[in-house]
Design a binder for this molecule. Structure first.
Ligand SMILES: [Zn+2]
Length: 71
């Protein structure tokens, strides 16, 4: 078991243009390689993540709409 400040998770560093290990602080996480702030996703992955959420929502709304119409 490791008990250091590093996480085994990775986040996206725009400066390194890669998923990197990061240092966690209260509100922000920092790349262990270059010290830049890291994001949970790259811009591209973030878009597909948001798109996935949207599609899920639309599916659910469609389903809800059908149920309403049926009853
Ligand atoms: Zn970096």
């Amino acid at each position: 078991m490791e008990h250091d400040h590093f996480s085994n998770e990775t986040k996206y560093c725009t400066r390194c243009a890669d998923y990197v290990r990061f240092l966690r602080s209260m509100e922000t996480s920092y790349c262990v390689e270059c010290g830049a702030k890291v994001k949970l996703f790259s811009a591209k992955d973030h878009r597909s993540f948001i798109q996935g959420l949207k599609e899920d929502k639309e599916k659910r709304q469609k389903k809800a709409g059908n149920t309403k119409r049926a009853s």
